[in-house]
Design a protein around this ligand. Structure first.
Ligand code: MTE
Ligand code: MO
Length: 200
């Protein structure tokens, strides 16, 4: 076997791709994009709720979340408004760790936030080390403007899929569009295929 095996892919971008997905520009700062006011959730009342397609519920308090193994992903962010920010450093719990004990045959997830925001994606895209419940950014507790105390982080899709102030994950047999998807944004949102709007 060679040093680089035939199936090898860089961790941050598909093989053969340029540094930025099509149509994106680089930014150094970290813009805040919120469709409404920033909710403030006290940690002693915070909870994360996973509901399966058979209405089984799994709950984590803040301290239960903190007791799960954490990871420190360094990832590129791509917003559909065309800014990209490279090599952002996070700390969080992988969805693999969170959903490991959840029994489901569902193929879709509808993620919801404190404040009412929702976004959908295939359940598979939350797994295999590709998504986290993130609560630290750049060495500090995640600030409310960027989704603190905890947000979803799914960096391989456009950033609107990374629900800030994450509160619930509903596992569904049939796909159901979220807030921006209902407004005409793409159901999947792969930045490398420039899936910005329905029909892209
Ligand atoms: N709850 C919630 N999550 C959200 C949003 C929002 O309005 N509400 N905006 C989304 C969009 S469009 C983007 S680009 C990113 C922005 O994250 P940032 O404000 O940390 O840059 O959050 C996503 N998650
Ligand atoms: Mo966005």
């Amino acid at each position: 076997m060679g040093i680089v095996s035939p199936g090898f892919r860089g961790r941050r971008r598909p093989a053969g791709a340029t540094e930025l997905p099509p149509g994106q520009y680089l930014t150094e700062d970290f813009p805040v994009l919120s469709a409404g006011p920033t909710p403030r959730v006290p940690l002693d009342r915070w909870e994360l709720l996973v509901t399966t397609e058979t209405d089984q519920q799994y709950r984590w308090t803040w301290s239960e979340l903190m007791s799960l193994p954490t990871e420190s992903p360094v990832v590129d962010l791509h917003c559909v408004t065309k800014w990209s920010k490279l090599a952002t450093a996070w700390e969080g719990v992988s969805l693999d760790a969170l959903l490991g004990g959840v029994e489901t045959a569902a193929e879709y997830a509808l993620v919801s936030s404190y404040g009412g925001y929702t976004t959908n994606l295939p359940l598979a895209d939350l797994l295999d080390g590709r998504a986290w419940i993130a609560f630290r950014y750049d060495g500090r507790d995640l600030v409310p403007e960027h989704g603190g105390p905890a947000r979803l982080l799914v960096p391989h899709l456009y950033l609107w899929k990374s629900a800030k102030w994450v509160r619930g994950i509903r596992l569904l047999v049939r796909d159901r569009p979220g807030f921006w998807e209902t407004a005409g944004y793409h159901d999947y949102g792969d930045p490398w295929r420039e899936q910005r709007y329905q029909g892209d």
